[in-house]
Every structure is written in structure tokens, then in C-alpha cells.
Design a protein around this ligand. Structure first.
Ligand code: AMP
Ligand code: ZN
Ligand code: FE
Ligand code: FE
Length: 280
């Protein structure tokens, strides 16, 4: 329920992604590119051919006093002008931020042009594309070093995203009938009790589920999240956050440590939609 294609910062085309999922024998796949719906048409067509369930999704970055929270919208409607406008606005902010990060790199003697980034990206451009270009041009050895030195939250070229509040994104997606999921809630450290409070607040703004299963959340984190979901009456979601070559070592359909994400997760999300009277 969480993957990226060449429409944002994944290395597989939407079609290839769905093909991989079908080859792996997955029952369903959601495409959740950052701030764009650009890959959904191609993926949807491929899924139809390959007889695998396809879920139209996207991943929206939101901003809080303690850093970014990522919100997934699943089962997005087709032809929603509200959604298209919202995402178009986010893409503009993203491109402005990219320019500011390139300026900061340039101030350190690192020349990266927008054209070079566009070579890496077919859709929405992000930090993984910058990382790839930095490796290609020999400024760093690998993606890890690129994020550590320059692009990560403590890197010298980091610029925070100007993004909507999580409440706003949850409300907008929920009003459109999407299943609203908080992605990888425990990926980054935040003050004690803060994420719990955030989840309680968002549960009143349309949040439907927590991403309990994720490639970078270990068993202890999963257990903590599962009990939080239970307490707030939220469903449990799961996704690899597969990015292909832009994030090495992740397996599609699998969570932390290569654990396959159980099919019951998908059934649970479907059941929640049926109970709410939403289309599946
Ligand atoms: P952006 O949307 O441009 O901020 O880029 C976000 C993407 O960068 C996410 O998909 C992350 O997987 C990736 N990312 C963020 N921090 C790191 C890191 N320290 N190492 C590798 N990838 C990262
Ligand atoms: Zn990404
Ligand atoms: Fe994310
Ligand atoms: Fe993601």
C-alpha cells in the first residue's frame, strides 16, 4: 500500500512496478508517488491486464513544529479538480525548494543544474534525484553519503519543505473519500508523547489508518503503533515504501527485515471502506 515510480522518486516505471508486484504474486498494489497522480493511469492499465488489484494513491508531505509527517491518500477519486489543484500547488512548492537546495549546493562549490535533475526524474523531482546526481558526478560515493553530508535533515544543503499542516491534508483527502493513512509514523525521533497526540488529533480530521508495517519500522515500533491504532479505532496499513534503485535494499510487498506484509492488512482496509459506505 506504499510504492514509488518514475512519476516521483522511484526507478521503476508505473507499468514495471505493477508487473513486479504481479510476478511476486501480490494480490494488490497501491502506487503512492510524492505529490503527483502522474503514474496512476499507466499503473491502472497494467494492473487490469495482469489481474491484480490496483489502488490509486499519493503521498503528501505535511509540515509540523517537529518536522515533516507524510500522509498517504488511498483509493483516490478520478477527475477531482480539488485534488489536482492541491497537488499542483504542492509541486510548485517542491520545485521552489529544489531550487533553493541547488543554490545551497552551489555555494559549496557543487554544480548541479535543474536539467541534470530532470535527466534523473520523469515526474516530481525530489532529494533522491539530487542524491543520484551527486553520486553520478563523483561528489559523493553513495546515496547515504549524499543524504548524510548534504541532503538529509542535518545536511548542509537541506531546506525544509513549505507544506500544509497534516490536519489540512487529512481533511482534504478524507472529504474526497480517500482512505487516509499516516505513513511511517515512527521513522524519525520526536518528543515523547507528541506523535500520540498528533494521531489523536488527526483521527478527528479524517485519519483512517496507521502504517504499522513499513520497511524501516522494527518490531518494537510496529507493536507500539498497532496498540495506538487499536486505541484510536484506526485501521492498520502496511507498505514497503519501495523506491527501486533510489532506495536500496527494500523489497516490494515486505516490511522491516523482509517480513511479507499479510494480506489481512488489505482486507482490513477494504472492510473499513465498506463499513463507511465508500467505494472499493
Ligand atoms: P523529498 O520529498 O524531496 O524531501 O525526498 C524524500 C525522499 O527522500 C523520501 O522518499 C526518502 O525515502 C528519501 N530520504 C530522506 N532521507 C533520506 C536518507 N537519510 N537516506 C536516504 N533516503 C532518504
Ligand atoms: Zn520517495
Ligand atoms: Fe514518506
Ligand atoms: Fe514513500
Amino acid at each position: 500500500m506504499h510504492t514509488h515510480s518514475t512519476a516521483s522518486d522511484g526507478s521503476d516505471t508505473p507499468g514495471q512496478l505493477v508487473e513486479k508486484a504481479a510476478k511476486k504474486g501480490l494480490r494488490a498494489i497501491a502506487l503512492t508517488d510524492h505529490d503527483t497522480l502522474g503514474g496512476l493511469g499507466e499503473a491502472q492499465a497494467a494492473a487490469k491486464d495482469l489481474n491484480i488489484d490496483f489502488v490509486r494513491g499519493c503521498e503528501v508531505s505535511t509540515s509540523t513544529e517537529h518536522g515533516s509527517i507524510h500522509i498517504l491518500g488511498l483509493w483516490l477519486p478520478e477527475n477531482s479538480e480539488i485534488l489536482e489543484n492541491f497537488l499542483a500547488h504542492l509541486l510548485e512548492r517542491r520545485n521552489e525548494r529544489n531550487m533553493r537546495m541547488l543554490d545551497k549546493l552551489r555555494a559549496e562549490g557543487i554544480e548541479l543544474s535543474v536539467e541534470e535533475l530532470s535527466e534523473e526524474a520523469k515526474g516530481s523531482i525530489g532529494r533522491p534525484h539530487m542524491a543520484k546526481a551527486l553520486v553520478k558526478k563523483g561528489y559523493v560515493r553513495d546515496l547515504g553519503e549524499a543524504f548524510g553530508k548534504y541532503l538529509g535533515i542535518n545536511g548542509s544543503a537541506y531546506v525544509p519543505k513549505v507544506a500544509p499542516r497534516p490536519e489540512q491534508a487529512c481533511k482534504l483527502l478524507s472529504d474526497l473519500g480517500a482512505t487516509v493513512v499516516m505513513a511511517h509514523p515512527l521513522l524519525r525521533p520526536v518528543p515523547d508523547g507528541w506523535i500520540e497526540q498528533m494521531i489523536t488529533g488527526l483521527a478527528h480530521n479524517g485519519l483512517c489508518a496507521l502504517e504499522v508495517y513499513h520497511s524501516e519500522q522494527d518490531r518494537a515500533k510496529m507493536e507500539r503503533l498497532a496498540s495506538l491504532a487499536n486505541k484510536e479505532n484506526l485501521a492498520i496499513s502496511g507498505g514497503s515504501d519501495y523506491h527501486g534503485r533510489f532506495k536500496n535494499g527494500l523489497k516490494m510487498g515486505c516490511a522491516y527485515g523482509g517480513m511479507p506484509i499479510p494480506e489481512s492488512i488489505y482486507d482490513g482496509l477494504l472492510e473499513q471502506r465498506r463499513q463507511k459506505g465508500l467505494p472499493v
